[in-house]
Design a protein around this ligand. Structure first.
Ligand SMILES: [Zn+2]
Length: 209
């Protein structure tokens, strides 16, 4: 079988869906060749937590490290895609059935991939990681966890607890993936966040092979 790279990032678009209350993504062409400008030039304004992105520990920990200090190991290498059929949150019990190993890179595929990204509004009922499951991942010393919607923690649920537990344990978090074309299994992952000094997160492009 030919091993080709598959893009698991979502496209950035003007006014794209965003976590409620966060700045709206603005993409605007400010120089236009069709209007006589020398070149085309696009201005971009958005939260670093827009679309496919990573969270730095600083996002939920006042003294946590920031994006430019991230090592490369968490985002380049072997990873495991796990599919969950759950309807609410991924729980500790869901994780205990799997044979997870310390140091693994894990991507969680849920119904979010096929459903939430197709919705015009923010999907408040997206599948997230319950805080007891976050604790299992922390105790196991998982290296990286990727999820297929905007947050590891649920909206109006345990968004703070789940982030604090996982970021506090040194787990590198990728949010906003689209895994609809990806079957569960083992892959090579490359996910490179933009090097933004002092940032609590950064947009990234993520691919699997
Ligand atoms: Zn984030």
């Amino acid at each position: 079988m030919k091993r080709t790279w598959k893009d698991i990032s979502v496209p950035l678009r003007d006014s794209m869906v965003q976590w409620p209350g966060d700045p709206v993504c603005r993409i605007e062409r400010v120089r236009k060749m069709e209007q006589g400008d020398m070149c085309n030039l696009t201005h971009l304004s958005m939260s670093v937590h827009t679309g496919t992105h990573m969270d730095a520990p600083r996002h939920f920990l006042p003294d946590g490290i920031t994006m430019e200090k991230m090592p490369m190991e968490p985002v380049i290498g072997r990873c495991r895609v796990i599919e969950f059929e759950v309807e609410d949150q991924i729980t500790a019990d869901d994780l205990k059935k799997l044979r997870l190993l310390s140091g693994q890179r894990l991507l969680f595929k849920t119904r979010n991939s096929a459903r939430s990204w197709t919705m015009k509004e923010f999907d408040k009922d997206f599948i997230s990681i319950r805080s007891d499951a976050a604790q299992v991942l922390a105790d196991l010393k998982i290296m990286t966890v990727g999820v297929d919607y905007m947050s590891i923690g649920g909206y109006g649920k345990d968004v703070v607890e789940t982030h604090q537990i996982m970021l506090g344990a040194g787990i590198w978090v990728i949010e906003g993936l689209n895994l609809s074309e990806i079957k569960p299994g083992y892959y090579d992952l490359i996910c490179l966040p933009v090097k933004i000094e002092g940032a609590d997160g950064a947009p990234c492009r993520a691919v699997l092979r």
